[in-house]
Design a protein around this ligand. Structure first.
Ligand code: PEP
Ligand code: MG
Length: 588
């Protein structure tokens, strides 16, 4: 039986994008094309009539939005629905409305022209803002601007679509997403947008699989085409072959089977049958995922990839902006822990220097960049400290290679603490400092490194890459990217035992933690904390609650003796059978 990787590798009909909301669906496409608004620039003679038209359009827009707001509250809860409340406030803004009316009187132009011009100015201001939040709000304003103009032109918004379709569109406003979803939409696909786009956030709240940022799905997919959407991996297969349909039907059935009764695990502890509790925390890439973290019952955030903020903004936020982002997350997750990882830039991630490095993965990345750019690092450290008043934040350094780097980083952190004390700004004096263990040299020295910090988190994505000398994103060598290679599992074992010798806590936050096949082995190797994408937590919990820790330990001891990856995986597969635990490998 082929796996996802193989199916997608050989597919000629594939489109890829960003996996924005999990799930697999097969259905027909509804190509949602939006009419481009033509703005009438002509002059008017009857000012009173124009102002009356404006009032009517505003009234109608408000009525429509109130309806959308109440549907949204019902479907997504009040917090998420607040997007629409903000739009309603714009419609009620007396300064904006009177400015538009004044201009209609003085310029004697069509109200749609003035509305477009006046609201676009607002938008421009927000788009140019350095704050991600403001940039996002600029899109909401686009939505409200179009709504008023459409109502001035007395055009109807098309929200009736065939039931059970997958909606493919250039982009989707929050209102589009909510209204279309009422027709039992099976999936959303957009050309534009990232993980934080409203289509993505709303899809996650509504549990509708979604792939965004495909660039050209609307040109490659036709109305009525049959497609498969894989919201776990961010792939779309257009007019799939029989083999592809069969494969995904199999996956959907397994998913349904696995999801049965999963809800009962959300609030249950991740405890083995012989009573060992495992902490299951969440990896968070964008703040929008926080709802998923909470609804999936995660024990805090084990990895917050702050470099994603830079991907969103395209630049470094200043100290105040960062403080606000971190403090907000800390309050949302309180009383659980929030592990903030310092910007992990360079390599394949956010490009920091213009210089093209011949070997970026072995070059200036992670902590190396931060130590070379002290101001940048200090801004983040100060922001993290200032946001730490709830005392539930811990700070983690990426890509540590040597003990000297830890010393240097700690000196800078101390410097920031001193500055804040002088400035009489309060912060958590005991904020824990940890490191990512993802470079072989650091793994070898695990005990000494652990001695320097409060906690260790194993980053298997990079650790495997560097240990096996295999680019984590290169298909040509993906066969050598082996999670279960004895070298990898012996290294993890070494890190865990060495860290425990100095009584420091150790967790694992690479993708391996979400591989259901790996879970018994990792627990048997002594890991008592795992961090994974929020959607995978309940699956992991289900397995843990069927496991015996003693048996997992015996399994790990056995696997540590093997010399090939094949032997390890075969033994683990057998373990699942012996213990009658069903699982789907890499379903997510
Ligand atoms: C890792 O390397 O395992 C990890 C969790 O970090 P990232 O994937 O962000 O490099
Ligand atoms: Mg890493």
């Amino acid at each position: 039986m082929k796996n996802f990787k193989e199916i997608f590798k050989e597919a000629q009909n594939k489109i890829s994008g960003i996996a924005a909301a999990p799930g697999i669906v097969i259905s027909n496409v509804y190509l949602f094309t939006k009419e481009t608004l033509e703005i009438n620039h002509s002059s008017i003679t009857d000012v009173e009539e124009a102002k009356k038209n404006l009032d009517e359009a505003l009234f109608k827009s408000k009525k429509e939005l109130n309806k959308i707001f109440s549907i949204a509250k019902e479907r997504m809860g009040p917090t998420r629905a607040a997007i629409f409340e903000a739009q309603l406030m714009i419609l009620d803004d007396p300064i904006l409305i009177s400015k538009i009316k004044e201009r209609i009187e003085s310029e004697k132009k069509q109200p749609e022209y003035i509305v477009n011009d006046e609201i676009s100015k607002y938008q421009e201001m927000m788009i140019n803002s350095t704050e991600a939040y403001m940039k996002e709000r600029a899109h909401d304003i686009e939505d409200i601007k179009h709504r008023i103009i459409r109502n001035l032109q007395k055009k109807r918004w098309q929200s009736k679509i065939p039931n059970d379709s997958i909606v493919v569109s250039d982009s989707l406003t929050p209102a589009d997403t909510i209204l279309l979803s009422r027709h039992n939409v099976h999936g959303f696909i957009t050309d534009h947008g990232g993980l934080t786009s409203h289509a993505a956030i709303i899809s996650r709240s509504l549990n509708i699989p979604c792939v965004v940022g495909t660039h050209n799905a609307t040109t490659k997919i036709k109305d009525g085409d049959k497609i498969i959407v894989d919201g776990f991996h961010g792939y779309i297969l257009v007019n799939p072959t029989e083999e592809q349909i069969k494969f995904f039907h199999g996956k959907i059935n397994k998913l349904i089977e696995l999801q049965k009764g999963l809800e009962e695990f959300v609030h249950a502890p991740a405890k083995t049958i012989d009573g060992k509790e495992i902490i299951l925390a969440a990896n968070v890439d964008v703040t929008g995922e926080i709802d998923l973290v909470i609804t999936n019952g995660a024990k805090g955030i084990g990895l917050y990839r702050t470099e994603q903020i830079l991907e969103e903004l395209g630049e470094f936020p200043n100290e105040d902006e960062q403080t606000r982002i971190y403090a907000n997350l800390s309050s949302r997750i309180y009383p659980e822990w929030l592990t903030i990882r310092a910007f992990d830039i360079g390599g394949d991630k956010f490009k920091f220097v213009d210089y093209d490095e011949p070997n970026p993965f072995l070059g200036l990345r992670g902590l190396r960049i931060l130590l070379e750019n002290k101001t940048l690092f200090k801004t983040q450290v100060r922001a993290v400290l200032k946001a730490s008043k709830n005392k539930n934040i811990q700070f983690m350094l990426p890509l540590v290679t040597t003990i000297t780097e830890i010393h240097k980083a700690k000196e800078i952190i101390d410097e920031c603490r001193k500055e804040l004390r002088t400035e009489k700004i309060s912060f958590d004096k005991n904020m824990k400092i940890g490191i990512m263990l993802e470079v072989p040299s650091a793994a070898v020295m695990a005990r000494e490194l652990a001695n320097e910090v409060d906690f260790i988190s194993i980053g298997t994505n990079d650790l495997i890459q560097y240990l096996m000398a295999v680019d984590r994103g290169n298909d040509l060598v993906s066969d050598l990217y082996q999670e279960f290679n004895p070298a990898v599992i012996r290294t993890i074992h070494h890190i865990v035992t060495e860290t425990k010798k100095v009584h420091k806590s150790v967790s694992l936050c690479g993708e391996m933690a979400a591989d259901t096949l790996a879970i018994p082995l990792l627990i048997g190797l002594g890991l008592d904390s795992l961090s994974m994408s929020p959607a995978t937590i309940t699956y992991a919990k289900r397995i843990i609650r069927l496991l015996s820790f003693q048996k997992a330990k015996a399994l790990a001891d056995e696997c540590l003796k093997f010399t090939t990856e094949k032997e390890v995986t075969a033994r683990i597969e057998k373990f699942f059978k012996e213990n009658s635990i069903t699982r789907t490998r890499n379903i997510i």
